[in-house]
Write a protein that binds this ligand. Structure first.
Ligand SMILES: Nc1ncnc2c1ncn2[C@@H]1O[C@H](COP(=O)(O)OP(=O)(O)OP(=O)(O)O)[C@@H](O)[C@H]1O
Length: 294
């Protein structure tokens, strides 16, 4: 019998995943599996559960939630040296990393990836001692994911993010940053930066077209200071991938990135509140396995 644990966030996305637990149990049992479910509550309880369930979850660890829940789970797995594949059941608002893996809202499809037993190794990022799976960022729009009210997210979904983001535009000032990326130094007035693993962030699929989740590198995308009309133009050019060529954008790939700013700026890691700048970011390879579609 294959043994799994399932960590699920009851309030992620539209808060509906919890009504489908029976389907998950039925699917896994039909494939000779047994699962212990764990309902997330407060920050930190995931790590305690992962530590205690270590000897049980020999076939895999499953997570149902959004990018924030996956973030907590991978941090717990890596801190506790849990070396089993991770199965992602996307049920959050954006689910960027899962979308990059082509895991959609089809529950049976995600479970098929788990019971199929095929996995791949993916990179993770590390910033000031904490792991991130998809993105570390700071500046304009980057606090939106962790500052939007959960109830609003449950009802409006992604629109809640977009409304909140639009509200930030008129009052935002640029940040003076110094960035060192694999020995190259950049001094710029910027609106925001994103350090990406998959390149799929905020449901925009093409933010870093060259990004790969197993190349040992992270993709740094900087939006330099510009006017609101220029920013809006940039925003629309993302859909065609033309933003990369814009004079307001700087894009590079690096394995080690150090970002500092004169002000105490907050960062965001996978949609959760991250540490204040400065950020010492590096790529960690060959530490995390994820189930993949066959
Ligand atoms: N039982 C709970 N009640 C309230 N909040 C919870 C509970 N369990 C987890 N959380 C919080 O939910 C947040 C993570 O949500 P998650 O990011 O997975 O979903 P989302 O915000 O809907 O999706 P996404 O990040 O993909 O846009 C974390 O901040 C975590 O502390």
């Amino acid at each position: 019998m294959k043994k799994y644990v399932l960590i699920y966030n009851p309030v992620a996305g539209d808060a509906k995943f919890k009504t489908r637990l029976d389907e998950v149990i039925e699917y896994l049992q039909a494939a000779d599996g047994i699962v212990i479910p764990f309902r997330t509550r407060l920050k930190g309880d995931v790590r305690a559960f992962v530590s205690q369930s270590k000897g049980f979850a020999t076939a895999g660890l499953l997570v149902a939630g959004g990018d924030g829940t996956v973030h907590e789970v991978i941090n717990a797995m890596l801190a506790e040296s849990v070396d089993v594949p991770l199965g992602i059941i996307p049920s959050g608002t954006c689910n960027d990393f899962a979308s990059h893996l082509s895991l959609g809202k089809d529950l049976a499809g995600c479970l098929r990836a788990v019971t199929g037993g095929q996995w791949r190794t993916v990179d993770v990022g590390m910033v000031n001692g904490e792991y991130f799976l998809n993105v570390a960022s700071a500046g304009l729009l980057t606090s939106v994911a962790h500052s939007v009210d959960t109830a609003l997210k449950n009802t409006l979904g992604r629109m809640a993010y977009y409304f909140k983001g639009l509200g930030e535009l008129p009052s935002f000032r640029s940040l003076r940053v110094r960035i060192t990326a694999d020995g190259r130094t950049i001094n710029d007035d910027i609106l925001l930066f994103l350090v990406m693993n998959s390149g799929l962030v905020g449901s925009f699929p093409t933010l870093a077209p060259q990004a790969k989740i197993d190349d040992g590198k992270l993709d740094l995308l900087i939006v330099n200071k510009c006017s609101i009309p220029e920013l809006m133009g940039l925003f629309f050019s993302i859909f065609s991938g033309r933003h990369i060529a814009s004079s307001h954008i700087r894009h590079l790939q690096a394995a080690n990135i150090y970002i500092e700013c004169d002000e105490p700026v907050e960062s965001d890691l996978d949609g959760e509140l991250g540490p204040l700048l400065p950020l010492a970011i590096s790529t960690v390879t060959n530490k995390l396995k994820v189930f993949r579609l066959t």
